[in-house]
Design a protein around this ligand. Sequence first.
Ligand code: MN
Length: 152
Amino acid sequence: MKKILYLITLLVTIASPRAIAQTGIFPKGELSKTNNHTGDVWLVELNKADSVINVALASPTFAPGAKLDWHIHPAGQILMITEGTGFYQEKGKAIQVVHKGDVIKCTPGIAHWHGASPKSTFTYIAASTNAAKNKTVWLERVTKSEYNNAKY
Ligand code: MN
């Protein structure tokens, strides 16, 4: 009887798409098809900005080694790391290793990138402030040698 109950529980868990998608605080979302990253990145939108509360919230999850291209937020961004270990780098500066629980401020207008470290998945909540004036400007890919410069 116990074995049968276990099997039923297992089958229900496997059959539920939510159970598969949900590993962190929020659902993992959809696999991103945009051409602004390398490796697999899933994205879930948490809040659409509007004229009353002008902050967009989204949570991407990066497969190990996956990363965004260099980019600029004209009105800045705040990253709240919820899972894993990742990298954050501003142009001309060293890569910062960031962990679950860290909060990073991406200064408006500064070219930077963020993504997973080679052996860890990486998830954060991204808050885009002043969303109406904050369309991301995508730049070049992060090169292998730039990525491999991380010291951790
Ligand atoms: Mn950013």
